[in-house]
Design a protein around this ligand. Structure first.
Ligand SMILES: CSC[C@H]1O[C@H](OP(=O)(O)O)[C@H](O)[C@@H]1O
Ligand code: ADE
Length: 291
């Protein structure tokens, strides 16, 4: 058993985490480059939390330019066991209205050219993404939303587009016809990398708009997204505060094995592994190396 440490990755319009006590900041170095910002450490109740705004303070990183590997490696390096990712999303369903929180449980990756793995030539690894969201973590988020009377639904598919442009009308209708629920630009490869890092991961997708398929709504723009995020920031802060206050002290083993994802995932023989890559993987492979 290890101590539970909750990482919060803030998205568009979410650049800090109100209510963190004993706050301190640290710029964490990683072998993959610079994270989006300094990590902010603190606690709510007895739970340790680490906050990182994925676009950086002042929103300097575009979805395609975020160093997702550095962000996840930094969280792993400082002992994060569970990541709650907060994202602004467009909706493909009438009933998923702006302001609603969708606790998605599936992702579709439509990004292109992003660095989406810690592994590669010299250390080939294939982890399962069948169930990308950690169910206990998601249940805890749902319980916190229920306790705070924040409207949410559990379950849904988030399609991650490359951007930075929003979708065309034809693309939007295409996603809708595939029964996707929400769209954003950042959950991938974040969720894949969290899985490789054996960190339990769940997303709070805050619906901000109806993208551009809806005949009765204007097409999405940045100002309308940020307006909805700001209008719902208090809900997000209350949900996260409740989640952290009620979080167990010790990390609960993940029933689908997100925290053991590297077991049986290596193909490259131990004596054929690239020592330089293995060195970069020191944090990601710490549990495996300690065995
Ligand atoms: C501000 S509109 C587009 C922007 O918002 C979402 O960001 P995040 O997922 O970090 O909340 C979307 O993915 C785009 O990056
Ligand atoms: N409609 C949309 N498409 C992609 N990313 C978004 N983030 C918020 N709304 C979005």
């Amino acid at each position: 058993m290890s101590k539970a440490v909750v990482g919060i990755i803030g998205g568009s319009g979410v650049y800090d985490l109100p209510g963190l006590k004993d706050l301190r900041e640290e710029r964490v170095k990683t072998p993959w480059g610079e994270p989006s910002d300094a990590l902010r450490f603190g606690r709510i109740g007895d739970t340790e939390a680490v906050f990182l705004p994925r676009h950086g303070r002042g929103h300097v990183y575009s979805p395609s330019g975020i160093n997702y590997r550095a962000n996840i490696d930094a969280m792993k390096r400082v002992g994060v066991t569970d990541i709650v990712s907060v994202s602004a999303c467009g909706s493909f369903k009438q009933e998923l209205y702006p302001g609603l929180f969708v606790l998605v449980d599936q992702f579709v990756d439509r990004t292109q050219g992003r660095e989406s793995s810690f592994f590669g030539n010299g250390c080939v690894v294939h982890v399962s993404m069948a169930h990308p969201v950690a169910p206990l973590l998601q249940k805890r988020i749902a319980a916190a939303a229920t306790a705070e009377e924040i409207p949410f639904v559990s379950g849904g598919t988030y399609v991650c587009m490359e951007g930075p442009q929003f979708s065309s009308g034809a693309e939007s209708l295409g996603y809708k016809s595939q029964n996707f629920d929400v769209i954003g630009m950042t959950a991938m490869p974040e969720a894949k990398l969290a899985r490789e890092a054996e960190i339990s991961y769940a997303t709070i997708a805050m619906v901000t708009d109806f993208d551009c398929w809806h005949p009765d709504h204007d097409h999405v723009d940045v100002a309308s997204v940020i307006k909805v995020v700001q209008a719902n920031a208090a809900n997000a802060a209350r949900l996260l505060a409740r989640l952290l206050a009620d979080f167990p002290d010790q990390h609960e083993p993940c029933p689908i094995g997100s925290d053991r994802a590297l077991d049986n995932a290596f193909l490259t023989a131990p004596d054929a592994r690239d020592p330089d890559l293995l060195q970069k993987l020191d944090a990601i492979m710490q549990r495996i190396n300690a065995k």
